[in-house]
Design a protein around this ligand. Structure first.
Ligand code: ZN
Length: 118
C-alpha cells in the first residue's frame, strides 16, 4: 500500500475508503453486534471496476433507524447518518446531495418486526 499516491489516485484505493464510525460505535458499545437485525457492506464501483465509494448499513433489533456510513461514490465525502430502512434503499450524500442505491440488502432474519407501513 503506497502512501505516495496522488490525491486523485488515493480515492480509488481501497485503503482510502475505510469506514470507521460504525467500527467505533461497536467498540464503544453503542452497537451490539449480537443485536443486529441486518447489515450490509458493499463497495461502489465505476464502469472500470474501480472502487470509488463504499457503504455500510447496520440496523439493530430495537432501532427504528438504520445506521448508514458511506463514502460517496461521486464526491468521496465520508458521511454517517441514521435513516429509515426501506427497499429499495437509497443513501443521499450530505455533501453533493446525490443519491446512490444500496442493492442486495441482506436480512439476517426473515421476520418483519415492524408494524404496518406508514
Ligand atoms: Zn457526495
Amino acid at each position: 500500500m503506497s502512501k505516495e499516491l496522488e490525491d486523485c489516485e488515493k480515492v480509488k484505493g481501497k485503503e482510502n475508503l475505510k469506514l470507521e464510525k460504525i467500527n467505533e460505535m461497536v467498540k464503544e458499545g453503542k452497537i451490539d453486534p449480537g443485536n443486529v437485525k441486518f447489515t450490509t457492506w458493499q463497495d461502489k464501483k465505476n464502469d472500470d471496476g474501480e472502487i470509488i465509494g463504499t457503504v455500510r448499513v447496520v440496523q439493530e433489533e430495537d432501532e427504528d433507524l438504520a445506521k448508514v456510513e458511506y463514502i460517496c461514490p461521486r464526491c468521496q465525502n465520508h458521511g454517517f447518518r441514521k435513516t429509515e430502512y426501506k427497499r429499495p434503499f437509497w443513501v443521499k450524500c450530505e455533501n453533493c446531495e446525490k443519491s446512490f442505491s444500496v442493492p442486495r440488502l441482506k436480512d439476517k432474519v426473515d421476520r418483519k418486526k415492524k408494524g404496518p407501513d406508514a
